[in-house]
Design a protein around this ligand. Structure first.
Ligand SMILES: Nc1ncnc2c1ncn2[C@@H]1O[C@H](COP(=O)(O)OP(=O)(O)OP(=O)(O)O)[C@@H](O)[C@H]1O
Length: 309
């Protein structure tokens, strides 16, 4: 991994793709990580997210994974995620590689739950499990599943960002974050499989509810004492996590046969314990549709009466 490069692209900057000649206008910085910066950009009145990196090798491997996923999904009706790949020459005279992806309108998981309330956690969690199940059915492990890599849109719809850690089943996960890593907790290998992500998902649940205690635990445990049981002990002190101890135990010990089973079990927990889970509010488009149909019906009745039918 490289350290994030230290330059800014002011609002309005035009990025001109060197090979494909596409032009993008920078709106603002969306986020940055170890591997690059992600900007909100516009082309032909459509918003996109553009990832620019100083490290062509890192970016290329991410692009390769996204291209393979895109190929697998071509047959289905999935909205394209990877839009463009190119280089551009910055004002410092250096060429930087970039790729353009679908812009995900959403908040980070922490922000979403802080704003909408923790009642949404079961809904978001289920949506995230469905995303993972899809990736797993295509034989990919997300790898670097963590709070920062989950964006949440309307009605608790979860989206994964940062495909830098995505690894084909059976290969070694290269990009991960220690506290979410199965190997770090002596709970299994770093070989990519569905259970690797389910382990990280369980840690993510603990991180959301008990971030301070989790940080204290990781700071105090000797490496040889790190174990799933330590995470479960921590979960038992939290009233919400306690209700999902069985689910967490299975995910941390790799006992779910596949992600669909984990998602089904999550739903059962959700129905049993989250009586306060919000029912999705009626979407605005649906309200609009209702008003439009009512108006159409009224007009039809008016004309039928006028016609004396
Ligand atoms: N498609 C997208 N739509 C909206 N925001 C995005 C998108 N992709 C990335 N972001 C934002 O940019 C941030 C950084 O992106 P990303 O994690 O891919 O960068 P990175 O350099 O690979 O980071 P890391 O060091 O975690 O690997 C994300 O946390 C997210 O907030």
């Amino acid at each position: 991994m490289t350290t994030s490069f230290d330059w800014k692209l002011p609002r309005g900057t035009l990025i001109h793709g060197k090979w494909k000649q596409n032009r993008y206008r920078v709106e603002r910085l969306l986020g940055e990580g170890a591997n690059g910066k992600v900007f909100l950009v516009e082309r032909q009145r459509t918003w996109y997210a553009m990832k620019i990196s100083s490290d062509a090798v890192d970016l290329q491997s991410e692009v390769n994974v996204l291209q393979s996923i895109a190929k697998q999904r071509q047959a289905g009706r999935h909205e394209a995620y990877l839009i463009d790949v190119d280089d551009f020459r910055n004002s410092d005279g250096v060429d930087y590689p970039f790729y353009v992806m679908r812009y995900i309108r959403g908040m980070t998981l922490f922000d979403y739950l802080a704003k909408q309330g923790m009642d949404w956690f079961p809904v978001v969690g289920y949506s995230l499990l469905v995303k993972l199940a899809q990736l797993h059915s295509e034989q990919w492990t997300f790898g670097d599943l963590k709070v920062e890599n989950v964006l949440v849109g309307d009605y608790g719809r979860a989206e994964l960002v940062d495909y830098g850690g995505v690894t084909g089943f059976g290969k070694s996960v290269r990009q991960f974050t220690e506290i979410y890593d199965r190997g770090y907790w002596n709970a299994g290998s770093r070989t990519a499989d569905a259970k690797y992500d389910l382990f990280s998902f369980a840690v993510l649940c603990i991180q959301i509810h008990e971030s301070r205690r989790l940080a204290a635990l990781t700071a105090s445990l000797l490496p040889q004492n790190r174990a799933p049981e330590e995470l479960l002990k921590l979960a038992r002190v939290n009233p919400v996590l306690r209700t999902m101890e069985d689910w967490l135990s299975k995910a941390l010990r790799g006992e779910f046969a596949h992600t669909q089973e984990a998602a089904k079990s999550w739903q059962q927990w959700q129905h049993k314990h989250s009586r306060h889970a919000p029912s999705a509010p009626v979407p605005r488009w649906m309200k609009g549709l209702f008003v439009a149909s009512a108006a159409l019906l009224a007009t039809t009745i008016y004309w039928l009466l006028r016609a004396g039918l």
